[in-house]
Design a protein around this ligand. Structure first.
Ligand code: 5AD
Ligand code: SF4
Length: 442
């Protein structure tokens, strides 16, 4: 299983492994040992999509080499490239056996059976009427101390630049009962932190036990009641779907982590309108104020696109201004990439060198803000959920509530626990600390 793209793909790959386990499939370390190779792909930007075709070229060599030794290798392309470019995949890479869109993973065993029998490729990219979650097995492999849980898929927002409404389809929410049951299973399997996932996660409106649409705020309150679930996160949110109750939940629930990915894309109202974002810069800033009023230690991250068609220097400056006002803890930023079938793809592009320069300027500012945010934790005591053994001897690693990686010298017995750590040193991408008890001994 080779997984690219967002955390939802990581979750989906896990579920594909679950559905294949009863057939006897287990993950392998390298493609050379695999009877079946699944590429779980991303279509969000052109670069991500093109990667699929170069990887397929490499995997064909593996497939041929194994064939020479008498082994069949089933090659499957899943994910958003499969959904968007199924026919093109089969035309450009006829050695692919299965093409399956993100809504059809529950049908994978049947597709494997068909591919084993048939000579031609099996393709499933329709949006099925049944919900894949109702047909995926409950008995999932444990995810470890930190787990993902998809609660929502698809998007109805139709931002001008984005393929998601086309590749993942209309917005759907899993019911409250299914989500809570899965969260309980994850906790019983040892997860201490759960990140709720959705392309537009705060649009979640799964039905509650009375058959009424619930909200993410209500769901967070119910999940916070699960004993052993110490940390709850959710991603990715749309500013328009942050309701009062969800904002209040940030103040009420210590388990709801004070770190929120809230993409704004641009700080210019003209661009936000062109992007069909359905909010202004002022509305976004007001939302950030309300969130910080509810939870003063809340830190934010965002996504930005520079070089969307029509972006002027003044629009770009407005984005820099918004960044200076918000002060982000971290962020992702991208040069606009035209995607076939999206509204913006038909508009005249702006010059590449201008977009490149803007991206560099923006990323330098965001890097400074990340450094500043990490520095602000230096000298403080913060809770760290330890999750793994570190690279250096005697070192263990974990994350702060704000998702910063932390390394300390400490016993492996702390893995799985949330422990206060004194932050001695902040680096741009991680923090170094000491255990409080150790300081007391020194
Ligand atoms: N070009 C560049 N970036 C894009 N994103 C989505 N579509 C595009 C595109 N066509 C970015 C947005 C989104 C993130 C997941 O990817 O910033 O929030
Ligand atoms: Fe894409 Fe997010 Fe806009 Fe939906 S809200 S169209 S997923 S950028």
């Amino acid at each position: 299983m080779i997984t690219w793209g967002c955390q939802m793909n990581v979750y989906d790959s896990g579920r594909m492994a679950d559905v294949l386990a009863p057939l006897g499939y287990t993950p392998t370390a390298t493609p050379d040992d695999a009877d079946m190779i699944i590429l779980n792909t991303c279509h969000i930007r052109d670069k991500a999509a093109e990667k699929v075709f170069s990887e397929l070229g490499r995997l064909r060599v593996v497939q041929e080499a194994r064939k020479a030794e008498g082994h069949r290798t089933i090659l499957a392309v899943a994910g958003c490239v499969a959904q968007a470019e199924g026919a093109e995949i089969l035309a450009r890479a006829p050695f692919v056996d299965i093409v399956l869109g993100p809504q059809t993973y529950h049908r994978l065993p049947e597709m494997v059976a068909r591919a084993t029998r048939a000579a031609g490729a099996v393709i499933e990219t329709d949006f099925p009427t049944e919900d894949k979650f109702d047909h995926l097995p409950n008995a999932a492999a444990p995810q470890g101390l930190t787990a993902f849980l998809t609660i929502q898929e698809g998007c109805d927002k139709f931002c001008s630049f984005c393929v998601v409404p086309y590749t993942r389809g209309a917005e759907t929410s899993r019911s409250e009962a299914t989500v809570i049951a899965e969260a309980r299973r994850l906790v019983a399997q040892g997860s201490r932190e759960i990140t709720l996932l959705g392309q537009n996660v705060n649009a979640w409106h799964g039905l509650d036990e009375n058959g009424q649409p619930s909200t993410l705020g209500q769901l967070a309150r119910k999940l916070a009641g699960i004993e052993g679930l110490e940390r709850i996160r959710y991603t990715t949110s749309h500013p328009r779907d942050m309701d009062d109750d969800l904002i209040a939940a940030h103040g009420d629930l210590p388990a709801l982590m004070p770190f929120l990915h809230l993409p704004v894309q641009s700080g210019s109202d003209r661009m936000l309108a062109a992007m069909n974002r359905k909010h202004t810069a002022a509305e976004y800033l007001h939302l950030v104020e309300r969130l910080r009023a509810a939870r003063p230690d809340l830190a934010l991250s965002s996504d930005f696109i520079v070089g969307h068609p029509g972006e002027t220097e003044a629009d770009f400056e407005a984005t820099l201004d918004l960044i200076r006002t918000v002060k982000y803890a971290s962020a992702f930023s991208f040069k606009y990439s035209p995607r076939p079938g999206t509204p913006a793809a038909g508009l005249p592009p702006i010059a590449d060198d201008i977009a490149d320069r803007r991206l560099q300027t923006l990323q330098a500012l965001l890097r400074d803000q990340t450094t500043e945010f990490n520095d602000s934790k230096s000298g403080q005591t913060v809770d760290v959920l330890f999750t793994h053994v570190g690279r250096q001897p005697g070192q263990i690693g974990g994350r702060t509530p704000w998702l910063q990686p932390v390394h300390v010298l400490g016993p492996e017995s702390l893995i799985g626990q949330i422990v206060p750590v004194h932050i001695a040193q902040a680096r741009p991408s991680s923090l170094y600390g000491t255990l409080l008890e150790e300081r007391a001994c020194a």
